[in-house]
Design a protein around this ligand. Structure first.
Ligand code: COA
Ligand code: NAP
Length: 271
């Protein structure tokens, strides 16, 4: 078991799915936890859930695309809990769309949430990070390393996130700040998977494509984040680490073709 008593953990986009699962794991390990996202009702529910686990938890409403709102969220966290020991950055958006069906604004939306948003979170956090000793975990995706049809926006954005990880490992390393990326595989019951594999049959195909023949759960990702946040990982920085049952080793780049064909057919039927 990891012991995070007295430590402060900040989870950007930490109000649902994998990121909330990560926040919960740190809360159970004794950390004070701060989360933010766009929707007030999600922030309120996540904070209540974390407090019910016995943690000191607070939250803020902010869109990662708005640098002033992100800066204000970090200021509020600092006032509440002091310096940040572990920062997890995982706000993201995704939908399946082939490049020819993706407007400029659609591409921009995902680039601004995933990539520009990560830059906002990193730079707004910097002054509040414990130095030396802070650990940052960026939540990336398999699309950062394996090209996938219908995912040009996500592939481009998450590959960029991993380069932010590597570049800041260089820039901030001598101050004793470590930064790594985690690449979750397909995680059961999440918004992300409901968009890419929306039926039980599609999800079963995904399960079969994982070398370990199971899909993941948020705690699989959280366990790696807790390791990366701890002193056990004190010489580990600039790494991009999959936690995916081996999925990205053989994930077919055309896995989304059936769902993309279905989307195209419904669009044609609607005229
Ligand atoms: N196919 C093609 N284009 C799409 C699309 C789809 N399924 N969904 C949205 N878009 C386009 C919109 O049409 C719009 O472009 P347009 O102005 O040219 O029409 C653009 O994307 C922005 O859409 P909008 O709804 O205004 O963006 P938003 O900022 O409110 O929401 C999203 C961002 C689209 C990423 C939204 O899905 C979201 O908020 N996602 C967060 C949750 C999530 O994705 N979780 C999984 C994480 S992996
Ligand atoms: P999710 O539940 O939709 O989580 C996304 C979180 O980010 C939510 O808390 C959401 O809350 C917040 N968010 C979205 N847009 C935001 C914005 N503009 N500003 C601030 N917060 C924003 O999805 P998930 O599937 O668990 O994915 C979580 C992370 O894991 C993402 O980084 C994703 O790319 C990655 N990932 C997921 C899978 C998977 O199997 N699901 C696999 C690989 C990687 P609000 O709606 O309130 O803003």
């Amino acid at each position: 078991m990891f012991d995070y008593a007295g430590k402060t953990v900040f989870v950007a986009g930490g109000t649902s799915g994998i990121n909330l699962g990560i926040a919960e794991a740190f809360a159970e390990a004794g950390a004070n936890v701060f989360v933010f996202s766009r929707r007030p009702e999600k922030v309120e529910a996540a904070v209540a859930k974390l407090q019910n686990l016995g943690a000191k938890a607070e939250g803020a409403i902010a869109d990662v695309r708005d640098v002033d709102a992100v800066t204000a969220a970090f200021a509020r966290a600092a006032e509440t809990f002091g310096e940040i020991d572990v920062l997890v950055s995982g706000a993201a958006g995704n939908f399946p769309a082939r490049a020819n069906d993706l407007s400029s604004n659609g591409f921009r939306a995902v680039m601004e949430i995933d990539l520009l948003g990560t830059h906002h979170v990193m730079t707004a956090a910097y002054q509040h990070l414990r130095k030396p000793g802070a650990s940052i975990v960026n939540i990336s995706a398999p699309q950062a390393v394996v090209a996938m049809t219908g995912q040009v926006h996500v592939c481009a954005a998450k590959a960029g996130v991993d380069m932010i990880t590597k570049t800041l490992a260089l820039e901030w390393g001598e101050e004793g700040i470590r930064i790594n990326s985690v690449i979750p595989g397909p995680i059961d019951g999440t918004e992300g998977m409901s968009r890419l594999a929306p039926t039980p049959e599609a999800m079963e195909e995904v399960r079969k494509s994982v070398p370990m023949k199971r899909v993941g759960i948020p705690r699989d990702v959280a366990n790696l984040c807790m390791y990366l946040g701890s002193d056990f990982a004190s010489y580990l920085t600039g790494a991009v680490i999959p936690v995916d049952g081996g999925w990205a080793l053989n994930m077919p780049g055309t896995a989304l073709d059936p769902i993309l064909d279905h989307i195209a057919a419904s669009r044609r039927a609607k005229g």
